[in-house]
Design a binder for this molecule. Structure first.
Ligand code: FAD
Ligand code: E1W
Length: 471
């Protein structure tokens, strides 16, 4: 069997994990990565950015034989800890017990682990090699190094895992339009750091749960919802937290005084804003001014394409195909799920990449569209309604129904974060469940007034049972 080489562009999270799996299945894989090898020192600037890993991503890591290694470097998050403006906090558990938790992992540590694992499986990496152009008719790619020195190479199959600003996507589009649509959210983000407790004055530490190195409860995703904007914080293994502020880029014309990055251009303005909106958080960020002034405002968009592949010659996956907003913590998880589907399809039809790519798009695109929609909805839910009585009433009634009729009711968050049910199914089922909750509550917030027996009967009469879940 003539083995074709797969040329992968992008050695980020999705590219490195895909490369590992393809190599494990016997494919020859070459990866071109724009950045220098992050394992060769000097690159780490001390900034730790983390991500939430949930069941879908974990499952892909299991398939690649890497789940245990990753979990050893992860911090468990049992639920969201909501910090109200008055300083009150409450932990809303994600699942019933510690079998339903998510994990905070360092992006840099995860990338390093995946690069090592891909190399160990036989993948060849070319670092400092940025794709600049692809000629699909001659099947050649053009690369440039950091000094602009160019070289070109032949390819059989080109796969783009080069992220939201994908150069492979641009090259494919230049060959034949992909129907690209980019929808900016209009909100940006800024990362800040809470150092380990030992670096903070004792006076600002309210938390003392036996986890002495952490300034806040370590086993939670912390959330400060404030209406049109919010902060979150995820724990790092060393005892620090990475805080992310999500805020509109500019106010809507009708509310010109509303907080926005445009109205908070520097650390002085930001300090005043935080002392008003996040008074309990500000003292935990001793390098607030330096962080605020030196870290850029990140931008957030959703990317939709009509087409993800060029017959059997080229394919996009991960953020390159379907970048989403981060509010469900599923971008990487979705990209990891992509890698398993694609590897199986290619392994089943090694000489028919056109078929495999078409099938990949038809399976994954409806699911990518669904998680894109749910991620957008979750921003509104997170920042506006986690403290909203109607939302809390629906959640409470949903929890009652899930306990009484687990075959027929499962919170959408749990379907997304803790099962392998297709995202498109979770979106559709969630809508149907929400409609039922609305009907049962009839605008009231008094869950105690709902006849739960009658509600269970109605649920089972209205909705088919959930699919049986694999263990
Ligand atoms: P990337 O991680 O962007 O990797 C692309 C790689 O390609 C990079 O290494 C890059 O250097 C390389 N590259 C780019 N251009 C070229 C080129 N021309 N030639 C060669 N190489 C190139 N997801 C979660 O699941 N959980 C979370 O909690 C979460 N939090 C997030 C928080 C924020 C603020 C943001 C913005 C995103 C978050 N995400 C989260 C989403 C997640 O970061 C992405 O979905 C994920 O990184 C996508 O992986 P990728 O490999 O497709 O792209
Ligand atoms: C998760 C950046 C990010 C990452 C996340 C989540 C959120 C809010 C954000 C969604 C969530 C883990 N979420 N958390 N609590 N309810 N929904 O689950 O990854 Cl902003």
């Amino acid at each position: 069997m003539a083995q074709q080489t797969i040329t992968l562009i992008g050695g980020g999270l999705v590219g490195a994990l895909l490369a590992r799996q393809l190599a494990q299945r016997g494919f020859a894989v070459d990866v071109c990565e724009k950045r220098a090898d992050p394992r060769r020192g000097g690159v780490q600037g001390g900034r730790s950015i983390n991500l939430a890993l949930a069941e879908r991503g974990l499952q892909a890591l299991r398939v690649a034989g890497l789940a245990e290694l990753v979990l050893q470097r992860a911090v468990m998050m049992r639920g969201r800890m909501v910090h109200e403006h008055n300083g009150n906090t409450s932990l809303q558990r994600y699942g019933i017990d510690d079998s339903e938790v998510i994990w905070s992992v360092s992006r840099a540590a995860l990338n390093t682990l995946l690069l090592d694992a891909a190399e160990a499986a036989g993948v060849t990496f070319h670092f400092g090699q940025s794709l600049v152009e692809a000629d699909f008719d001659r099947q050649r790619i053009h690369l440039a190094d950091a000094n602009g020195v160019k070289r070109s190479a032949a390819f059989d199959i080109l796969i783009g895992a080069d992220g939201a600003g994908s150069a492979v996507r641009a090259a494919m589009h230049a060959h034949s339009p992909l129907g690209e649509r980019i929808e900016p959210l209009g909100h940006g983000y800024k990362e800040l750091e809470i150092p380990p407790a030992s670096e903070l004055p004792a006076a600002v530490l309210q938390f003392s749960g036996g986890h002495e190195q952490f300034a806040l409860e370590p086993h939670a995703l912390h959330l400060w919802p404030r209406g049109g904007f919010m902060c979150i914080a995820l724990p790092n293994t060393e005892g620090s937290f990475t805080v992310t502020l999500f805020l509109p880029n500019r106010p809507l014309p009708a509310q010109s005084a509303a907080p926005s990055f445009a109205g908070i251009p520097d650390a002085a303005a930001a300090t005043a804003f935080f002392s008003e909106q996040f008074p309990d958080l500000l003292p935990l960020i001793p390098r607030f001014a330096e962080d605020y002034d030196s870290h850029p405002v990140g931008s957030l968009s959703t990317l939709y394409l009509d087409r993800w592949h060029l017959d059997g010659r080229a394919l996009l996956l991960g953020d390159a195909a379907h970048a989403i907003v981060p509010f469900h913590g599923q971008g990487m998880n979705c990209g990891f799920e992509d890698t398993v589907v694609l590897t199986d399809l290619l392994a089943a039809a090694p000489n028919d990449s056109a078929d495999a790519f078409a099938e990949f798009q038809s399976v994954r695109q409806p699911n990518a569209d669904a998680i894109a929609a749910m991620a957008l909805e979750n921003y509104v839910e997170m920042r506006d309604s986690v403290a909203d009585p109607h939302y809390l009433a629906r959640r409470e009634l949903g929890a009652l129904l899930a306990a009484r009729a687990p075959t027929h009711f499962m919170a959408r968050y749990r379907m997304v974060s803790f099962t392998h049910l297709p995202y498109a199914y979770a979106l559709e089922r969630g809508r149907a469940q929400d409609a039922l909750l609305e009907r049962l509550l009839g605008g009231s917030i008094r869950v105690a007034d709902v006849d739960v027996d009658a509600a269970v009967t109605m649920l089972k009469a209205t909705l088919p049972p959930l699919p049986a879940l694999r263990g």
